[in-house]
Design a protein around this ligand. Structure first.
Ligand SMILES: Cc1cc2nc3c(=O)[nH]c(=O)nc-3n(C[C@H](O)[C@H](O)[C@H](O)COP(=O)(O)O)c2cc1C
Length: 438
């Protein structure tokens, strides 16, 4: 009997990639071809999707200035808009999903619903929206607010936002597009109706002025980690993307999402929980460990990681002593659950140890270091324990280079495929269908 298959996504962003790394390509990433090449490579390996993370400001959280961010292009800066890039990727590929992160803080719901519908057409049913509520005061200030609304309020607003989007996407009934040459009828106007949505935060008349796309609504990804965030994700997401501490943490996370989904009246199998990992793959286990050690000892590694965690929490980590534990449990109106994963409060570890353990600002769920076989063993064991559904693969700090892609797509994935653990061909045309196929 073949082993239980799991899903793979790749997590990156539209940034200067690994611009000064030893194996950086050296060209400009801004015309998108670097990312299109990456997507094609991931498609050959059968990945469900390439996901583009996003933020909407240049942070000054680390040291109270943008210096580290801009000078070294660290953390999350500079960053281009993921929606046009996702469109380009969708138009340049045939089977892989293209996912853009779009913030409910940034877009009026009508524009977002319309844009998602348009991109889903251009990507022939393979567009995904990673729903975020934004987590930085600087982002809020770029949209005319004095500061970020409180987390609870952000989720309350996002809840209403989603409801409004669903109504817009459904404002064209099935069969509304007629295209009858005899009667010169393009659409049946009786099947396209206003929604007259009036909420506490948003109002929209509707209907949407786009034709329903192949998926009607985009595939929804979500990463909320707080109790409100998890409930929101379990209600709306086709795929929950998550970081958790080890296989125990992963199992607890997935069980929680599945029971929350059931509480929302959903079939828990319709919500895939995919865990963030950053594998280091090499010819031998020793070489992989040596490479990992080199990466965490590299100049700027600590600063790079701290700029990232500062940016997503609005906390100045430059103010803390690297060789002492954090002075108290830190709280933020930004990404609290990411912060909690990172600070591992009560462990007594120094800040330097925390950074090295997290392999950068992005916390991994399980450490994956070794040959393709070693890493495949660890992935197989983790999935068997957790119960499914897959992994979201990234590189430390999400900066991408071609070598790391090849190691995963031409080294690790073939081993997983030989074991029957991941797909070898796509069974469906749309992202949601492929995601829910097993
Ligand atoms: C894998 C992963 C990817 C994320 N991607 C983004 C992103 O692209 N943009 C963003 O603003 N937040 C992103 N987040 C943050 C989440 O949207 C969320 O704010 C965070 O997990 C904290 O949850 P909470 O808001 O419920 O406290 C990501 C989180 C994780 C774990």
């Amino acid at each position: 009997m073949s082993a239980k298959r799991f899903h793979l996504g790749w997590f990156t962003n539209f940034t200067p990639d690994d611009w000064n790394g030893t194996f950086a390509s050296g060209g400009s990433p801004w015309d998108g071809t670097f990312y299109v090449d990456a997507a094609r490579q991931l498609e050959r390996a059968g990945f469900d999707f390439l996901m583009l993370e996003d933020k909407l400001s240049i942070s000054e959280a680390y040291g109270g200035t943008s210096e580290a961010y801009l000078k070294h292009a660290l953390g999350l800066v500079p960053k281009h808009d993921p929606a046009p890039l996702a469109t380009l990727i969708g138009a340049s590929t045939t089977s892989i999903g293209c996912v853009a992160t779009l913030s409910t803080l940034g877009y009026p719901p009508f524009l977002l619903a319309r844009m998602c519908s348009t991109i889903d057409h251009l990507a022939r049913g393979r567009f995904g929206w990673n729903v975020v509520t934004s987590a930085e005061d600087a982002a809020a200030q770029n949209f005319g607010l004095d500061k970020l609304p409180e987390r609870e309020t952000r989720y309350e607003m996002a809840e209403e936002y989603m409801e409004l989007c669903y109504q817009l996407w459904n404002s064209w009934e099935p069969g509304a597009v007629v295209m009858d040459r005899e009667t010169a009828t393009y659409a049946d106007y009786r099947k396209v109706n206003p929604i007259h949505f009036k909420g506490k935060y948003f109002k929209s008349r509707g209907p949407l002025n786009t034709v329903p796309s192949p998926q009607v609504k985009p595939t929804i990804l979500q990463a909320g980690g707080s109790p409100k965030g998890r409930s929101f994700a379990a209600k709306h997401a086709d795929a929950v993307i998550a970081a958790a501490n080890g296989v125990e943490g992963m199992k607890a996370y997935r069980d929680d999402i599945r029971s929350l989904a059931e509480g929302h009246g959903r079939n828990p199998d319709d919500v895939k929980v995919m865990f963030l990992v950053a594998p280091t793959v090499a010819e031998t286990d020793r070489e992989a460990h040596a490479r990992y050690e080199r990466a965490v000892e590299a100049p700027y590694f600590i600063e790079q990681s701290l700029t990232l965690i500062s940016a997503i929490t609005d906390i100045d980590f430059k103010a803390f002593d690297l060789d002492r534990p954090l002075p108290h449990r830190l709280v933020t109106n930004g990404e609290q659950s990411s912060l909690d994963m990172f600070q591992n409060w009560g462990s007594g570890k120094t800040l330097r140890q925390l950074v090295v353990e997290a392999s950068g600002g992005l916390s991994e769920s399980v450490k994956l270091i070794g040959t393709p076989e070693t890493v495949a063993d660890a992935m197989e064991e983790a999935m068997a324990y957790v119960g499914g559904d897959g992994f979201l693969i990234t590189t430390p700090n999400a900066a991408l280079n071609r070598r790391q892609l090849v190691e995963v797509t031409e080294g690790l994935v073939p081993v997983l495929q030989r074991r029957g653990l991941v797909r070898t061909t796509y069974s469906h045309k749309t992202l949601r269908e492929n995601l829910l196929a097993y």
